[in-house]
Design a protein around this ligand. Structure first.
Ligand code: ADP
Length: 605
């Protein structure tokens, strides 16, 4: 058993000596001020551990006591580097150090063979002082760690935990007396102390695997941050700020900043912009303290930098490659914003063009329309047959132009947010009928337009004129894109609070890859079959926007070469008590059917 005790004591001593040597070597390489204080504390502890294993002598005991007290004092000084001590606290700590060293010297010299109670008392003074020197910082570090990134937080906690275990062991050792002198108790305390060695070591120099594991808790947040950067973040400034913030958090750095292609610091986290600018300009920073990775921007190469502090990891290759990958996402985010800004500028130009062109054209077209109508009505003198024909063609073309201008004005209004709806409680069947009437002149003999309306009234609260325009556009498209003819059906239905107008045709259909462009402004699907057909690509764009403004939508189902179905959905208003259903309507319907060329009307319950 005694052999086991000796082995445990030797192992623990060797562990602390190795810890002191490793930290001492790291300090020798990096020369950080704060790191130095901690290195001195651990080297002093290593001295205590090593000398305690040598045959006891008064001189040795003296050195052990002094080294032990200094180890605690240096931990307090390490804390002072991060969270400065007040002057009084500082002086009190120095006085306490001197008093405890005197007590220790007395204990190992004058009172060496004195009353055991007195010796224990002196031991308690020493251990209490050491516990104050180390306990206060570990509580502070533990509390401060709450605000830190995952890696730093865990390191601070490991350090605090390691010293807390040492304090506990020392107290138990001094106060436990003879009950703790049993071999088992000694082995247990020695092994516990030995376990502290790796805990303190990884807190100071964590291997990359551990760093990666500690970072895991922040991975989800990082993923959300990446998504935010790549998709949603609106401006370059905000992206740069978030990028710097996350880089600091992720790599457990103390600060970070983003530099644009011109070398200007555009965002900083954990430091002021001016400070970042100075740091960015100075070349003196060693690569261990600052990691700089490139940002590939459209205007050239910028950089993303993270700066290590006294208690941040010295960045390893793993951090650097991760930071590179992160910087690529940041570059992509910045590029996206650049593209979005350019697209927005183009869109703005389009709107301005639409506005200008449509308003400038409206006046002359109104005048031409007036004169054409006067020509047709004979107010400017009687026309011969060819003149009347020409006036007819001119009237049709001017009316086409007028529709186009109205579409352009509507699109410009929509872009500028100046479009207001005039909603009224109406029957969707009525709107569908008048839309069908409006497109009747387009229906040729090879087409058949079928109106499939329900028996009951379909109550909707919508802008009647605009809804009519939407349906008329769907119908005119169905006719236009069915050059071979066929049946065009306009079906109105209402179910589960949704009113629907579906316009189906048996025409050209739309290739699958064309579907996403249909509802965009000026979006046209040009194929060999459609290239000769005239159009602006504004109708569906306007239709969908207007439908959405009214709480509805337009959807499409199409098979190339077989035909398409466009469905306008609108929220159905609840039926009113005593509302008339379609029972009174057939007479009117028949009458109108006669007036509308080529339109079949069908009723369904
Ligand atoms: P326009 O018809 O003036 O070009 P729209 O916005 O109304 O503009 O339609 C956009 C595009 O959608 C059209 O250019 C056409 O390619 C396609 N499209 C619309 N309706 C149909 C349809 N019924 N069948 C086939 N293609 C259609």
């Amino acid at each position: 058993m005694t052999q086991a005790v000796v082995l445990a004591q030797d192992l623990t001593a060797a562990g602390f000596v190795a810890l002191g040597a490793a930290i001492g070597y790291r300090w020798y390489r990096d020369r950080g001020r704060a790191q130095g204080k901690l290195a001195l504390a651990l080297i002093a502890l290593a001295v205590v551990a090593a000398l305690s294993r040598l045959p006891s002598s008064p001189l040795l005991s003296l050195v052990v006591v002094i080294a032990f007290m200094l180890s605690g004092y240096f931990v307090l000084m390490f804390r002072n580097e991060f969270i400065p001590l007040s002057r009084t606290f500082h002086t009190a700590a120095t006085v306490l150090l001197a008093v405890s060293i005197v007590c220790g010297v007395l204990a190992v010299t004058v009172f060496q063979h004195a009353n055991p109670v007195l010796v224990t008392l002196l031991g308690v003074v020493l251990v209490t002082t050491w516990a104050i020197f180390t306990g206060e910082p570990i509580v502070r570090f533990w509390l401060a760690s709450n605000r830190l990134p995952a890696v730093q937080k865990t390191r601070m906690r490991f350090l605090s935990f390691g010293f807390a275990v040492l304090i506990a062991i020392l107290f138990v050792d001094v106060l436990g007396g003879s009950s703790l002198q049993s071999p088992t108790a000694v082995i247990v305390t020695q092994l516990l102390a030995l376990a502290v060695v790796p805990i303190i070591y990884v807190s100071l120099s964590p291997p990359s695997l551990l760093r990666r594991i500690w970072r895991m808790s922040e991975e989800n947040a990082l993923r959300a941050a990446m998504q935010d950067l790549l998709i949603f973040t609106p401006t370059r400034e905000v992206i740069a700020e978030r990028a710097a913030f996350w880089a600091v958090r992720l790599f457990g750095a103390t600060s970070g900043f983003v530099v644009d292609a011109k070398g200007k610091v555009i965002a900083a986290s954990g430091m002021e912009l001016e400070q970042a600018t100075i740091l960015s300009d100075s070349q003196s920073q060693s690569s261990d303290q600052i990691v700089r990775v490139p940002l590939h921007l459209a205007e050239g190469q910028g950089s993303l930098c993270v700066v290590a502090g006294d208690f941040t990891p010295v960045f390893g290759t793993e951090e650097v490659s991760q930071l590179r990958a992160y910087a690529n996402s940041v570059s992509a985010g910045l590029q996206r914003v650049g593209v979005t800004e350019r697209v927005a500028a183009v869109e703005e130009n389009k709107t301005q063009f639409l506005n200008l062109a449509s308003h400038e054209l409206r006046g002359p077209v109104t005048v031409i329309r007036g004169y054409v109508s006067m020509l047709q009505s004979g107010l400017l003198g009687q026309l011969n047959e060819r003149g009347r024909q020409a006036a007819g063609v001119m009237a049709a073309k001017v009316s086409e132009m007028n529709e186009l201008i109205e579409e352009m004005i509507e699109a410009a209004r929509l872009d500028e947010g100046g479009l207001t709806l005039r909603t009224a409680d109406t029957d969707l069947r009525e709107i569908a009928r008048s839309a069908a009437d409006a497109v009747a002149p387009l229906v040729e003999s090879r087409h058949r337009l079928v109106l499939d309306l329900p028996e009951r009234r379909v109550r909707v609260k919508v802008d009647v004129d605009r809804t009519k325009t939407i349906i008329a556009n769907l119908l005119s498209n169905a006719i236009k894109y069915s050059p071979e003819g066929g049946v065009v059906t306009c079906q109105v239905r209402s179910r589960a609070g949704v009113a629907r107008v579906s316009v189906s045709d048996e025409g050209l259909g739309i290739p699958r890859n064309g579907l996403p462009t249909l509802f965009t402004r000026f979006g046209r699907v040009i194929t060999p079959e459609t290239e000769h057909l005239k159009g602006t690509g504004l109708g569906l764009f306007l239709g969908r926007q207007l439908a959405r403004m009214q709480g509805g939508d337009i959807t499409v189902a199409s098979i190339e070469g077989q035909g398409s179905t466009f469905t306008l959905q609108l929220p159905a208003a609840p039926p009113q008590d005593g509302a008339t259903d379609g029972a009174a309507q057939p007479a009117k319907d028949r009458m109108r059917a006669g007036a509308t060329r080529g339109v079949d009307r069908r009723r369904t319950d």
